[in-house]
Design a protein around this ligand. Structure first.
Ligand code: TYD
Length: 142
């Protein structure tokens, strides 16, 4: 994915008279090799999670149950999505600030990640994120 980008992707469902099945493969629906999977559950009312960006990590987020809101920002533009469909994924590249909020009590937010957990990959200070992304765009046009 392009640095500082995101995209919504619709997954194909393999449905038959028994129900439906959704399958995700690396380098197909998931644009990287998945090295880690985690899921966020039982999020309390009023909580905002995320509030960080990653220097290298890419992710795909899917609300496999319930719903939540995701705000993404790359220092130049921002967008807010409601994820409420297990057949919809939000792909997020590196250098994207994200904030997740308005979780329904039953929300299961599944996250597929391109790297193992590495706290040093996090940018948790918004000012530093804005500086690092501005520096990235400056370098990429000069
Ligand atoms: P945190 O980064 O606060 O989650 P969010 O970005 O959704 O607000 O993570 C919560 C805790 O879980 C924190 O102690 C770090 C730990 N953690 C792991 O051990 N492995 C992981 O893959 C992730 C995402 C978090």
């Amino acid at each position: 994915m392009k640095v500082g980008s995101w995209e919504v992707v619709q997954f194909q469902s393999k449905g038959d008279d028994r129900g439906e099945l959704i399958s995700l493969e690396n380098f197909k629906e998931v644009p990287f090799e998945t090295k880690r999977v985690y899921y966020i559950i039982k999020t309390k009312a009023g909580v905002t999670r995320g509030l960080h960006a990653h220097r290298h990590l890419e992710q795909v987020l899917i609300a496999i149950a319930g719903s939540c809101k995701i705000k993404v920002e790359n220092g130049q533009s921002t967008e807010t999505y409601v994820l409420n469909d297990c057949k919809t994924g939000l792909r997020i590249s590196n250098l994207v600030w994200r904030e997740m909020s308005e979780f329904s009590p039953d929300c299961v937010l599944l996250v597929l990640a391109s790297e193992v957990y590495d706290p040093s990959d996090y940018i948790r200070d918004r000012k530093i994120f804005l500086q690092e992304s501005a520096a990235f765009y400056q370098d990429s046009i000069s």
